[in-house]
Design a protein around this ligand. Sequence first.
Ligand SMILES: [Zn+2]
Length: 62
Amino acid sequence: MAQLKACKECNYLTEENECPLCGGEVAREWQGYLVIIDHEHSTLAKKMGIKANGKFALKVRG
Ligand SMILES: [Zn+2]
């Protein structure tokens, strides 16, 4: 988990140096995360504007 980085644009958590979802810049400093397994039927995903399944940071710095 320590090496995961969060996308500054869509909050997606990844080990890559850029977001595989949107190509956005990633930050090492983030707090908390949620796992979206069915974004089409998740009200939380809709609320956060998440359009994919995966792990997403709740707060991203930068
Ligand atoms: Zn992204």
